[in-house]
Design a protein around this ligand. Structure first.
Ligand code: UDP
Length: 321
């Protein structure tokens, strides 16, 4: 089976492409390298340097393809508030173009990278796929719009689609050609920022006045390799005419301070931090109910927070040298 991985030069997409190749799939990558990195493109994959907004590039990337895993997107919440038009264009219009090109070629299988940001501030946790969707920023709204797009496409055109709603993805993958890790600019994610903290440039903890046990925010972290396993299982479970939405997390929460403590253990020193104001738009607690992933996909995460932290640490030490 040949799989098109959109966004295959990014953090999650590059690891997905490498793992697919290692498991015997053929892979095509479509990425415009706007936030991806050419050195992360899996050797052995066919690479198309182009954007989802360029129909000709999408057409060429779909040559000989049987199924699509669609990671390619803009994914910075803060940027989405300041420049929503980019999010509607790349994430929503880009997916519309991709689906049109798939329709023209009769390609009927898609696994989509959706997000817990579709839920917004939850009324209660854990969050199920039936929880209210009320995104608090254009990034989450754009992912929710695509989820709706896929539901209608499945009904109208008999495609099989699964939207995987990620909670907090972390960790790294050691592929045959080296570590594939997170390298955003600017880096906004907690685990890489914790590991980068120095006494001159301490970690900023965004608020220590939250209604949680240790007063810092709680999130549900899932290892990137576990996450990709769920995508590959999903590929094999697609049913024509059906769109399923499935949460991916580990099903339990860790506070910012617990992440800091786990990192201190891994690196063998205290992590310097300062407490600053809350970050706008952060909910206090996000935890996934992952019953559907367990029951429908037969998937369960196997790598805990300590593995996520130590893989990020090892991969970033290697890539920083
Ligand atoms: N966070 C923090 N300092 C940072 C980055 C993140 O205190 O430098 C907190 C943030 O407020 C949130 C959690 O860590 O509660 C996870 O944030 P991240 O940006 O990694 O993921 P998000 O939950 O926004 O998807």
């Amino acid at each position: 089976m040949r799989v098109l991985v959109t966004g295959g030069a990014g953090y999650i997409g590059s690891a997905a492409a490498a793992i697919l190749l290692e498991r015997g799939y053929e892979v095509t990558i479509l990425d415009d390298l706007s936030t991806g990195h050419s050195e992360l493109v899996a050797p052995g994959a066919k690479f198309v340097d182009g954007s989802l907004l360029q129909k000709a590039a999408v057409d060429s990337a779909l040559e000989g393809v049987d199924a699509v895993i669609h990671f390619g997107a803009k994914s910075l919440v803060g940027e989405s508030v300041q420049k929503p038009e980019i999010y509607w264009n790349t994430n929503v219009n880009g997916t519309r173009i991709l689906l049109e090109a798939m329709r023209e070629k009769g390609i009927k299988k898609i696994v989509f990278s959706s997000s817990a940001a579709t839920y917004g501030e939850p009324k209660s946790v854990p969050i199920t796929e039936g929880s209210e969707t009320k995104p608090t920023n254009p990034y989450g709204a754009s992912k929710l719009a695509v989820d709706y797009m896929l539901t209608s496409e499945a009904i109208a055109h008999e495609i099989g689609a699964i939207s995987l709603r990620y909670f907090n993805v972390a960790g790294a993958y050691k592929s045959q050609s080296g570590w594939l890790t997170e390298n955003h600019n600017p880096e906004t994610h907690l685990i890489p920022n914790v590991l980068k903290a120095t006494s001159d440039n301490p970690l900023k903890i965004f608020g220590a006045d939250w209604p949680t046990a240790d007063k810092t925010c709680i999130r549900d972290y899932v290892h990137v390799v576990d996450l990709i396993d769920a995508h590959i299982i999903s590929l094999e479970k697609l049913i024509a005419g059906k769109h399923e939405i499935i949460n991916l997390g580990c099903g339990s929460g860790y506070s910012v301070k617990q992440v800091v403590d786990a990192a201190a253990k891994t690196v063998g020193r205290e992590i310097p931090f300062v407490v600053t104001d809350r970050r706008p738009g952060d909910p206090a607690v996000l935890i996934a109910d992952i019953s559907k992933a367990k029951n429908y996909l037969g998937w369960a995460p196997t790598r805990d927070l300590a593995v996520m932290v130590s893989d990020t640490w090892e991969s970033q030490n290697v890539s920083n040298k």
